[in-house]
Write a protein that binds this ligand. Structure first.
Ligand code: NAD
Length: 368
């Protein structure tokens, strides 16, 4: 399999429309000699319609073989009544599980041109560039026992269990420190060591990994509740935040809203490095869903999807200069006043999905 081989899984709703714009970006980089190849397959409702499963075994094989999976979005009212095991989301969960994607990366980047769309003051968010690294496969969402038991006295008891083993904390900490090395060199680890044993262990293990392997990176610890407060008070103090599944779920949504629209937010999910070549299994996807309300209308914002491909350039293919160029092209497109409906404001130029894709490519061309 060639080094720069991708699997594109557009999915449902606006997925295919925004993935079309990623194909344009891939073609632009290939014209410059990047050498990307790709397969394309079905996932979600589209896969259910074709195969009766949310992802086929053949598509799973392609996902294992690819250098990165580029995922659109799944779901929609058409599949609301399909059996639970084959519902559209099951395709994404299967990919996460089988590829062992334990690290979820959510950047919160505030483009200067959109700073006024934030709920915070422009000076607090303009130029914001933070990365939340969330543990994705452990913690309270998966720990056992997980049940509701009948106490027999008219009362029930709901139980979830927060569990973390040393190896789970070590590997997520390494992802965070590795990311910090490519950025501004600061990791803030967030937990609740004051009230949770798992928080105590988290703190201890992150500290030990730092001391043994990453003395060049700066490490700070913050209680997760204080971290939430600081995120809305002074978000630019952070570079990389590393935290568990539950806190990461909430803190990454808080950070996302600092930057405006759902149509702007990319994400990555990474697995363990391959012992032979050091490459991690990886899936890149926009944070938003399939937006059935606007699907087929050609008005969806493709930036979250394009920026997700940008993360693949950066984190799967080591193409930092190209990733920076793509980020700058997106910023320049916004600076020029080009807007899809979701981010449009008076006086700006309202464009379609395809026009936004073309504008980003034109900005890439200009920068080159
Ligand atoms: P959604 O993210 O699809 O949409 C929420 C709102 O944001 C909608 O008004 C939508 O039009 C808008 N929006 C989202 N992305 C946009 C974009 N790129 N450009 C412009 N506007 C955009 O969330 P939802 O409506 O709660 O869910 C719709 C479907 O998507 C459901 O079936 C849900 O299960 C699924 N979903 C899938 C994923 C995924 O594939 N990872 C994530 C979330 C939701």
């Amino acid at each position: 399999m060639p080094d720069r081989h991708l699997l594109l899984l557009p999915g449902d709703g606006i997925g295919p429309e925004i993935m079309a714009e990623v194909k344009g970006v891939i073609a632009w980089f290939n014209a410059g000699g990047a050498g990307f190849t790709f397969d394309e397959d079905l996932v979600g409702g589209a896969a259910y319609d074709a195969h009766g499963a949310a992802i086929s075994e053949a598509a799973m094989e392609k996902a294992h073989a690819a250098g990165a999976v580029i995922f659109g979005s799944v779901g929609g009212p058409k599949w609301d009544k399909v059996p639970y095991d084959v519902r559209p989301e099951a395709g994404l969960l299967r990919l996460r599980k089988d590829l062992g994607l334990f690290a979820n990366l959510r950047p919160a980047l505030c483009y200067a041109a959109l700073a006024d769309a934030s709920s915070l003051k422009r000076e607090l968010v303009e130029g914001l560039d933070i990365l939340i690294v969330r543990e994705l496969t452990g913690g309270v969402y998966f720990g056992a026992p997980k049940e509701i038991i009948d106490l027999g006295n008219g009362q029930k008891r709901g139980i979830d269990t927060q569990i973390y083993d040393t190896y789970e904390i070590e590997r997520i900490a390494r992802v965070a420190f590795d990311m910090a090395r490519t950025r501004r060199g600061l990791v803030t680890s967030m937990e609740k060591r004051n009230v949770m044993k798992s928080g105590l262990l988290w703190n201890e293990v992150v500290t030990a990994v730092h001391a043994a392997e990453y003395p060049d990176v700066k490490l700070e610890h913050m209680l997760a509740d204080a971290g939430g407060m600081q995120l809305v008070r002074q978000p630019k103090q952070f570079d990389v935040i590393v935290t568990d599944n539950l806190f990461g779920d909430m803190l990454s949504d808080v950070a996302a809203m600092l930057t405006g629209s759902l149509g702007m937010l990319p994400s990555a999910s990474l697995g363990a490095p391959n012992p032979v070549n050091g490459r991690r299994k990886a899936l890149y996807e926009p944070v938003h869903g399939s937006a059935p309300d606007i699907a087929g209308k050609g008005v969806a914002n493709p930036i979250a999807m394009i920026a997700s491909f940008g993360m693949a350039l950066r984190y799967s293919f080591g193409m930092t200069a190209e990733a920076d160029r793509l980020d700058r092209a997106i910023a320049a497109t916004l600076d020029a006043g080009t807007r899809t409906a979701d981010i449009w404001t008076e006086g700006k130029q309202r464009v379609s999905t395809a026009e936004m894709g073309a504008a980003v490519i034109a900005a890439l061309e200009k920068a080159a």
